[in-house]
Design a protein around this ligand. Structure first.
Ligand code: NAD
Ligand code: USQ
Length: 399
């Protein structure tokens, strides 16, 4: 019998291709989403560069090309506990993949209402899921999308382990004790802070209810398409490039395609971790297939494949396309320069073969950024959400 999987946030950028990948892999997929991401696009006057179909059209197209059914339930995981509980009770899923959170750091810093929304939405969605599984006493494996940003980005290059840090503590009896602790969190936005808080919820439910939980500390996802979303235009994945939701490399690629200068924040000395969307969906499947046992501590895996400095990425895109660089005032409160070394041993050991920037960049530029360049809206490019009151927006003059 096919195993049931619920994908919360399955209409989003990572959730949609993951749902297709799992459906193709033989799982019986139910998507839960409240369309908050589509609603925020309207609030911001922004839209995906790629024209995304409605969920009904997406699911119908998938049935046509694969023969597989995907079920959809419109539920707000943060607000509609009873509906979420009833669905879990009905399906008794093997796993729930939890993407259903507000995921943009700039949006979470935009103003007081977005800060409050991000905390309410993210913490409640995660806690509702855990509380419902515990109340139903299900053996469901929770696979959560966390972020590399919980570790913080002011490191000096000491390798970041996968979630847990060995520490030596001098006792007052002159004995040095060894402990392994959850890596101390150092979030850089209200959004990243909610992911730090999620970690404590997981730690508690794994200990108290022997819940099986995997937390994936994912880097910045780039790229758009996966083998499944390429099968039909109605399956195309979303591509965000606006000042709040557009992530750095995807922004640079579309900016280059339309002749907009590449918006490098500050000196561009920020080093970040990256992963292609194709590898995201593979990692999630690997995580589902390699669950912790009941009673284990939370399994934390670093879901990233490469690290890059922002100005090096800008140079790479500029060398490939001839685009100009613009050093803009950094609207964020973050270290101007940092080094980053990250362990990703656990996914490599499970068989992940990373898609490198060198392989995927040109394909992405031609198949997505250039193909849909006429949908680009310059008005949405400026990064206008400020971390503190005395900062200036990252605006490019005359762009
Ligand atoms: P997204 O905004 O495109 O998708 C999230 C989906 O969840 C949306 O469809 C939204 O409508 C839905 N959602 C939000 N709150 C919900 C709620 N209360 N109930 C039901 N549905 C809800 O984001 P994404 O880029 O796909 O990110 C998915 C997850 O992966 C997020 O948790 C994010 O923190 C994490 N992540 C993303 C990236 C990245 O670069 N995109 C990197 C690291 C981690
Ligand atoms: N940046 C620029 N120019 C731009 C946009 C961003 O220089 O036009 C810089 C930012 O200042 C920052 C870096 O690029 O230093 C990364 O910014 P980003 O918007 O690409 O990524 P971030 O805000 O960190 O968030 C994204 C996802 C989030 C996920 C996170 C993973 O939106 O959901 O959790 O990546 S990580 O960064 O590893 O924490």
């Amino acid at each position: 019998m096919e195993k049931n999987i619920i994908v919360i946030g399955g209409d989003g950028f990572c959730g949609w291709p993951t749902s297709l990948h799992l459906s193709r892999g033989g799982f019986n997929v139910t998507i839960v989403d409240n369309f908050s991401r589509r609603a925020i696009d309207e609030e911001l006057g922004a839209q995906s560069l790629t024209p995304i179909a409605s969920i009904d059209d997406r699911i119908a197209a998938w049935k046509e090309v694969s023969g597989n059914d995907i079920r959809f339930e419109k539920i707000d995981a943060a607000q509609e506990f009873d509906a979420l509980y009833a669905l879990l009770e009905e399906l008794q899923p093997e796993a729930v993949v939890h993407f259903g959170e507000q995921r943009a750091a700039p949006y979470s810093m935009r103003g007081v209402s977005q800060k409050r929304y991000t905390v309410d939405n993210n913490i409640n969605a995660t806690h509702n899921l855990l509380a419902a599984i515990a109340a139903l006493d299900l053996d469901t494996h929770v696979v959560h999308l966390g972020t590399m940003g919980v570790y913080g980005y002011d490191g000096d290059g000491l390798e970041i382990p996968e979630g847990y840090q060995k520490v030596l503590v001098p006792g007052d009896d002159n004995i040095v004790y060894q402990r392994e602790i959850l890596y101390p969190t150092n979030p850089g936005s209200v959004y990243h802070m909610t992911k730090s808080m999620d970690q404590l919820l997981f730690q508690f439910y794994a200990k108290n209810d022997q819940m099986r939980i995997t937390d994936l500390h994912q880097g910045i996802v780039w790229g758009t398409q996966t083998p499944e979303t390429k099968l039909d235009d109605r399956l195309i994945n979303r591509f965000d490039y606006d000042g709040d939701y557009g992530t750095v490399l995807n922004r640079f690629l579309v900016q280059a395609a339309v002749g907009h200068p590449l918006t490098v924040h500050g000196t561009g000395g920020q080093t970040r971790a990256f992963i292609h969307i194709r590898d995201t969906v593979r990692c999630i499947r690997l995580a589902i297939e390699n669950p912790p046992a009941r009673g284990d501590r939370v399994v934390i895996r670093n879901q990233m494949t490469e690290t890059h400095r922002v100005r090096d990425l800008a140079k790479l895109v500029s060398d490939m396309t001839g685009a100009q660089l613009a050093l803009v005032d950094n609207p964020r409160n973050e270290a101007a320069e940092n080094d980053l070394r990250v362990s990703n041993e656990s996914f490599i050991a499970l068989g992940l073969r990373p898609t490198t920037l060198a392989e995927g960049l040109m394909e992405e530029t031609v198949e997505i950024a250039q193909r849909f360049a006429d949908r680009f809206d310059r008005k949405t490019v400026a990064a206008a959400s400020l971390w503190t009151k005395n900062q200036k927006p990252g605006v490019v003059a005359n762009a």
